[in-house]
Design a binder for this molecule. Structure first.
Ligand SMILES: Nc1ncnc2c1ncn2[C@@H]1O[C@H](COP(=O)(O)OP(=O)(O)OP(=O)(O)O)[C@@H](O)[C@H]1O
Ligand SMILES: [Mg+2]
Length: 424
């Protein structure tokens, strides 16, 4: 009796104090399970209905590791792949080696099995497997295993921030940001938020035909209240995997932000949303500069003219020297081929910036105008149009969902990388 009472008090005052039994919320990730038994399939399905999984997208299928390899040869991988394997250890290792060839960087792999074998376990660690869980598993065991991947003290944040900025005003930076985010969400099936950082004039709401009553201003003006649950309430849903943190786009207030004003919002999003696309206005303020430096990836949108070339070069050099240990920003040329307009050539951009553009998007007032006026993306106006393929290519380059497959990679997780280092 005494014991129970003491426990209850502890639970009340600090739910985290119950240690092992506390399972934290799971971020907006995509999970695909490849089961061999009906038991695990049921457990994953009921895990998907658990309150802690409310934000995650879960897909369950049968077929184990063979089905997983088949599914991902030529298709992007989700945030987490859960594989049940009841066969031999050798089969598992062989299968994982095949899977690693088609697995994107950043995807975590969890194995569920019955083998309790230290040699096998070491082999799995060497391959960067995030977890090996012994079956049978209850629904809560599944939730706990996934939760641990993201909530362990040394887990890296789930979110990657992509900042999109124009070399000049009106070059199409927002249009590109929105279409690329749409493609990450739809074609790569990864949860994405577009944050419109152009508070007085942003167009994300218009472009997605949304007019939400709340958005980014609520968060920036009340930094003390911001956490991932607060951000969730400010998001408006555009498609299955895409949400919008809209700008007010009104002039009632003045928006004189200090350098760190956007930090709490961006940090909160990073803790729970896999991809965050920041639609930056063409500005050079303390916060804009800080946001660019702090992003995981930078995409610069430019038009083929001299002023854009100069600005692109300055922005490029700035970002490169401020982030010497990151890959340089990516850039693309937009509105190429305006009739009768002389242009600075792509080769001249490549020479000045010492990098090739990742895409060149033609000037097409018909399709872009239709999209803007209808509040649609290019892929919605005309799915067959080549420009939507270009946006998919940019989406892949920014998320690393393309290059990862060229080389043989493993599913390296930070914790296991350390273990690996120790073993050598
Ligand atoms: N490739 C293109 N061909 C034709 N029109 C385009 C193209 N790209 C963008 N546009 C149009 O150019 C206009 C400006 O685009 P957008 O608002 O995306 O630019 P921006 O760089 O974000 O501008 P701002 O400096 O105001 O933030 C929009 O009307 C858009 O539809
Ligand atoms: Mg814009």
């Amino acid at each position: 009796m005494m014991h129970k009472f003491a426990q209850a008090v502890e639970l009340e005052s600090n739910p985290h104090a119950v240690g092992e039994s506390y399972v934290a919320q799971i971020p907006r990730i995509s999970i695909q399970a490849f089961c061999e038994t009906a038991e695990l399939s049921h457990a994953v399905q009921s895990a998907a209905a658990d309150r802690r999984m409310a934000k995650a997208h879960v897909k369950v299928q049968m077929g184990g590791i063979v089905a997983a390899i088949e599914a991902y040869t030529g298709a992007p991988t989700p945030n987490v792949i859960l594989i049940e394997h009841n066969g031999s250890g050798t089969e598992l290792i062989d299968g994982l080696d095949k899977l690693s060839e088609c697995c994107d960087a950043g995807t975590k792999v969890v194995i569920v099995g019955r083998l309790n074998d230290i040699v096998l376990y070491r082999e799995l660690v060497r391959r960067g497997i995030s977890d090996y869980v012994m079956s049978p598993l209850s629904a809560l065991d599944v939730v706990r295993s996934v939760s641990n991947l993201f909530n362990a003290p040394d887990a890296e944040p789930v979110g990657r921030v992509i900042a999109v900025i124009g070399a000049k005003g009106g070059v199409g930076a927002s249009t590109v940001a929105h279409n690329v985010a749409f493609s990450i969400a739809r074609d790569l099936a990864l949860d994405t938020v577009i944050a419109d950082l152009d508070l007085p004039f942003g167009t994300a709401g218009l472009d997605f035909n949304q007019d939400p009553p709340q958005g980014i201003a609520d968060a920036v003006f009340s930094p003390d209240r911001v956490d991932s649950a607060y951000i969730d309430r400010l998001l408006s849903k555009c498609t299955d995997h895409l949400s919008l943190l809209a700008s007010p786009a009104t002039l009632e207030r003045e928006y004189d932000f200090s350098g760190e004003s956007f930090d709490p919002v961006i940090d909160a999003m990073r803790s729970s949303i896999p991809y965050i696309v920041l639609d930056l206005p063409h500005l050079w303020t303390g916060w804009a500069k800080r946001t660019l430096i702090g992003a995981d990836e930078v995409l610069l949108v430019t038009t083929p003219d001299l002023a854009s070339l100069r600005n692109a070069k300055n922005l490029f050099d700035f970002v490169r020297s401020a982030r010497p240990n990151d890959r340089p920003p990516l850039y693309l040329l937009n509105q190429v081929g305006v009739p009768k307009r002389p242009e600075v050539r792509a080769v001249d951009f490549a020479k000045a910036l010492d990098a090739q553009p990742i895409a060149a998007i033609p000037f097409d007032p018909q399709i872009f105008g239709t999209a803007a006026n209808n509040g649609q993306m290019i892929a919605e106006v005309n799915p067959a149009n080549k420009i939507s393929e270009t946006f998919l290519g940019v989406a892949k380059a920014l998320t690393g969902r393309a290059e990862a497959k060229k080389e043989k990679t493993d599913f390296l997780s930070p914790l296991l990388a350390k273990l690996r280092g120790l073993k050598k």
